[in-house]
Design a binder for this molecule. Sequence first.
Ligand SMILES: [Fe+2]
Length: 164
Amino acid sequence: MNRIEAIERMLNALPLRRTSPKQLQAIMRGMDLSLEALSPYIAEPADLPYGRTSLFRTDAAEAVLIHLPPGTETYIHDHGASVGCARLLEGTLTNRMFRLDGYGYPCLSGEVEIEEGSYYYAPKKQIHQLRNSGPQRAVAFHLYAPAPAGKSYFPYEQVLDYVI
Ligand SMILES: [Fe+2]
């Protein structure tokens, strides 16, 4: 059984609906998430500013491998009705949190530096952006429950245009 099959088997055996980010973390702690085994699944950016590989997906859960080269960032987004937990396998990231203003535009409300090997969470309704300001690539394993659907992106550039 290869690494991805092991992840699939583990997730298939678990009741992931209405799961909290901390419960996802507990599941992830039981997984062997060594970068050596996952490296064949690291994707280069294509239609997104970062590489994204879906390792496993059912309605209940999705496991994704994320690759942000130096100087890249995700769009500002939420996760619909999903919650998430992630572990940074390589590099460093900044997790930038936003809240919506009265016009529905995202305003930066906080930033957290994520160190290599640490976990971070996507609670329900979180709006955020991951940024790699470091000199090396960032690779992270993300686990969502239920599988993301109806994710929203927020047009930050329009805010800047408006302000300027
Ligand atoms: Fe996210």
